[in-house]
Design a protein around this ligand. Sequence first.
Ligand code: NOJ
Length: 472
Amino acid sequence: MADFGYDVADYCNIDPLFGTLADFDVVLSEAHRRGLKVILDFVPNHTSDQHPWFAESRSARDSAKRDFYIWRDPAPDGGPPNNWISNFGGSAWEYDEQTGQYYYHAFLKEQPDLNWRNPAVRAAMYDVLRFWMRRGVDGFRVDVIWHLMKDPDFRDNPPNPAFQPDQAEIQSFLQVHSADHPDVHGIIAEMRKVVDEFDDRVLIGEIYLPIERLVAYYGEDLSGAHLPFNFQLISAAWHAPQMEALIKEYEAALPEGGWPNWVLGNHDQPRIAARLGEAQARVAAMLLLTLRGTPTLYYGDEIGLPKVEIPPEEVHDPWEKNEPGLGLGRDPQRTPMQWSDAPNAGFSRTKPWLPLSPDWRERNVERMRAERGSILNLYRRLLVYRSEHPALATGAYHSVTTENDVLVYERGSQERRLLVALNFHDEERILNLPAGQTMRIMLSTHLDRDGEVVRGSASLRPNEGLILEPSP
Ligand code: NOJ
């Protein structure tokens, strides 16, 4: 738990802190009974330093598992073998007294990187995938998949000329040799083959790269990940023209047959309500759930969970501890889901590991379900609407305009097109309907305009998004 689950000491078991394999089987079968799929987070880039492989690897230079990890001699001055920085700050190399070499860790020193160039590592890790698929899991989200292969010559990374001192130390170098090595695609194709040994399983890759490099992770002839996570919405400039350009760029870059996906948040990123404010978080919800492709929504964003302030003595995240005060800590977005106004917000019978958001007595699922206009009910309406209108999930995307800084696009086919209009501003904006049409409002982010007919133009209130259908 040095990095809360991203330091695995046994790939084929459940940490006793969370239960047993038998408990896991119950979770899986109960989810399946309800028509839900279960995808596991697979962490192949590094193990825990407590993993028996690492214990054996570090025991001697000639140990059978030495080459399971990345060991290098010190530089001539005795320092680390190159200038690579850990994602959590400091050198990515740790000196091991006993054997006089350094091992590489892209994250904490407690998370030594596996050597994916070693076929024995690959075989062992593919068996891990099979183990869980035999148990019935529906697929994997693969942690830092773009890190798996590194430059075989371990060349220094070049400095990043745009680096600012308030950024994480990892940003001080361009990660050209430590990640996204072209050899990674062969590895992912192997992984995909293993996943394809079973029916209907999905392979998702965690990849923070610009669009043109990201789409390479679909692999040659789609032999790679089904869904290389598209994190563009997380860093996007929140203005209509920039958003339109981004969507077009992504749509155009997708390989033939590559299925798109959009991610709004995850456990490593500040909450959407913290990034954009609560009012705009509704617009973001409508955007996410009306774009073409598989949406990924992070728990708690449905109830608009804000950034939860963590008192210094309650900080858990090792990144915050290593590089304090830069706002890098991820605890604020990892606080418990708030289900009800029962003790601990109904999350747990004991005090949870992180505090609740101070407004938890009002901001919880039970309470917000009963409030007609809540963001939770917006999410529910959007999900129902999307499932009833395949045009939203699979129909073509056409941008229409960004006039008045309102993002307007159509989804669907020639015969049946839906119009989506999103006001990215905290002030009223006018939406001019294409060709002066008459349309019917199907859904407003404010949940109070169902069925309203608009002719030629419509006014969008501050932070309002609309889904419209042609009116007969
Ligand atoms: C990405 C995960 O999402 C993050 O939470 C973790 O700290 C690193 N990978 C290391 O595994």
